[in-house]
Design a protein around this ligand. Sequence first.
Ligand code: 5GP
Ligand code: ZN
Length: 135
Amino acid sequence: MRDNDCIFCKIANGEIPAATVYEDADFRVILDLSPASKGHALILPKEHYENLFELDDEIAAKVLLVAKKITFKMKEILKCDGYNLVQNNGEVAGQTVNHFHLHLIPRYEGDHVGIQWNPGTLSEEVKEEILSKLQ
Ligand code: 5GP
Ligand code: ZN
């Protein structure tokens, strides 16, 4: 299914041009218009899935294979030193476009890309709460 009001549906299906670094039957990979670093790319499924929770299982399985292929190639081209894969779900998590996408963010020694958090401490109480609810 595609969503007529979704910009990433239009980009993924070629109705709006974008700098495409890879395309196959299921995905288009494009350069981000506001990159966190040189070579920041987005993997877009051609079908519309709002987020990870809605993503088709087969597409979910394929997306990491695409990520592996593209980051391998881009690492050669860009001569970057590392990579972050980032995937936001929900406004509170920083999702601004409600069409599933996986960020591929090249990292360079000394860059100032800020993908970090303040590490907390896992308490016994929280650990027990989560593990018991999972049973
Ligand atoms: P989010 O915050 O939803 O995880 O990421 C959305 C990303 O899409 C942002 O990094 C933003 O720069 C990028 N973006 C938004 N609109 C466009 C667009 O029209 N073209 C491209 N290439 N990137 C876009
Ligand atoms: Zn869409």
